[in-house]
Ligand binder design. Structure first.
Ligand code: GLN
Length: 483
């Protein structure tokens, strides 16, 4: 085993017992980035000197006994989350040279424990996409097959963890952007309950859907990181004051008596046959662990994709109006103020971003508002209610994270609708606000990983960790990309 294969828990133990120094650990990861990132392209920027200086600081804390489980742990951050003094491009040309002036709340909370940021990761422009092909800086490659997409929009963060370039990473999930790339890259990916984590310092995409999430190698590692970033924040009025339990203490080894729902709408046609087989086998593992499997129904889930692709662009069109050539980033000259806007946005934004701004402006404009946006928020309530009702019968639900395997570059980028369809299993959770986690659940014949999505009621992330951990232990899947 190479040092860069290490889990957070093991690394933390080794650091605490002085079996290794934070500097050695961080140097190994920086070295790995040098070796593999030319082919993977997970990172948009790497902060080598800063990382080594931070590692020394972590070593100091370990020596004087003020260290925590994240002290000295190398991590990566999606480029739409602000880290003071580091670039934050959000994958867009319009922010190519933008430097974050302050830390996002999640970063501030992590920094209390002195983990070590290696760099900022690649993403679809402003988090719009499912493959990282919409990044202005070139796509990230799937570490399991460099001809295929890593998923998106947080593809860089997922690939960085899968390729051993970071022990954990942060991403954002508006419609699946943590869970789907996690599934495609064979790592764990969590989307928390809406309101569980502060969005302060996360560049807004769809403000009523966005949550910051975690990528890691194991469910336990995910629980460790999540415990540190969860909780309310006075700087985000949508973050809620529910107490944050000790997630690691609540992990389980068996699932005796746990009721697991299989939403029948998620197991219909249109799924890759081999993916279906892996998911069916995973459900047998739940049964072996003592869980009771029941079919449930989320009757309005067939509208989730349509609702998402109306609400999200409306919010996008409002949120992205701030990139006007005056306040942030790129600014191109013009004769009039309108020309400055026009020139800057025409040049600085990519085509998918422009498409969504136009759709959103249309769907929320006078005359169309009632037919589209208003209707979508009405149906949103019904979708949310479906989840609430289903959770009166079961403790958790399981579905595939994605209906298909990672596709080849270019295969779906010509037809936006084809790409949107890939989000079919993930968007419903964001629309409803419930949390979900993708856990590696097997491999296909061609060696590509498959993810199982576990869903819990609002603010019950501990159920995701407990069941995900038990499943992961029982499955004992040992996968690693050949790079
Ligand atoms: N793939 C979805 C989209 O393109 C989700 C993106 C996200 O979660 N940020 O909108």
């Amino acid at each position: 085993m190479e040092l860069t294969d290490i889990t957070l828990k093991e690394a933390s133990r080794k650091l605490a017992s002085k079996g290794i120094s934070a500097r050695e650990l961080v140097a190994a990861f920086l070295n790995r980035v040098k070796q593999v990132d030319k082919s993977v392209h997970a990172f948009l920027s790497v902060y080598e000197n800063e990382a080594l200086a931070c590692a020394d600081e972590a070593d100091g804390r370990i020596l004087d006994g003020t260290s925590f489980s994240l002290t000295g742990i190398p991590y990566a951050v999606k480029d739409c989350i602000l880290v003071k003094g580091a670039k934050a491009t959000a994958g867009s040309k319009i922010l190519e040279n933008y430097i974050a002036p302050y830390d996002a709340t999640v970063i501030k909370k992590l920094k209390d424990q002195t983990p070590v940021m290696i760099g900022k990761t690649n993403m679809d422009e402003f988090a719009m996409g499912s493959s990282t092909e919409n990044s202005a800086f070139g796509p990230t490659k799937n570490p399991y097959d460099l001809d295929r997409v890593p998923g998106g929009s947080s593809g860089g963060s997922a690939a960085a963890v899968a390729a051993g370039e970071a022990i954990f990473a942060l991403g954002s999930d508006t419609g699946g952007s943590v869970r789907q790339p996690a599934a495609f890259c064979g790592v764990v990916g969590l989307k928390p309950t809406y309101g569980r984590v502060s969005r302060h310092g996360l560049m807004a995409m769809g403000s009523s859907l966005d949550q910051i999430g975690v990528f890691s190698k194991t469910v336990e590692d995910c629980a460790i990181v999540f415990g540190q970033i969860a909780g309310t924040d006075e700087r985000d009025s949508t973050s809620l004051p529910q107490p944050v339990p000790d997630y690691v203490n609540l992990l389980k080894e068996d699932l005796k008596g746990i009721k697991v729902g299989m939403p029948k709408e998620y197991f219909g046609d249109g799924m890759d046959k081999e993916v279906r087989k892996v998911i069916e086998d995973s459900i047998k593992v739940f049964e072996r662990l003592g869980a009771i499997i029941e079919e449930v129904s989320l009757p309005h889930s067939k509208y989730a994709l349509s609702v998402y692709y109306v609400i999200m662009p409306v919010e996008v069109s409002a949120n992205l109006s701030r990139y006007d050539g005056i306040r942030y980033g790129l600014s191109l000259p013009g004769q009039t103020l309108e020309e400055v806007y026009y020139n800057t946005r025409s040049e600085g934004l990519g085509s998918e971003t422009k498409r969504r701004i136009m759709i959103g402006a249309y769907a929320s404009s006078a005359g169309y508002y009632d037919a589209y946006y208003k209707k979508a928020i009405q149906v949103r309530r019904l979708i949310r209610q479906d989840f609430v009702e289903a959770f009166k019968k079961v403790d958790i639900m399981v579905t595939p994270t994605s209906p298909n395997r990672p596709w080849k570059f270019g295969e779906k980028s010509k037809d936006p609708l084809l790409m949107y369809l890939e989000d079919i299993f993930t968007v419903g959770l964001n629309v409803a606000g419930v949390p979900g986690i993708s856990v590696p659940s097997g491999v296909l014949e061609d060696g590509l990983p498959v993810g199982l999505q576990i869903i819990a009621p609002h603010f019950a992330e501990e159920r995701l960790f407990a069941s995900g951990h038990a499943f992961e232990k029982a499955l004992d899947l040992k996968i690693k990309p050949k790079l």
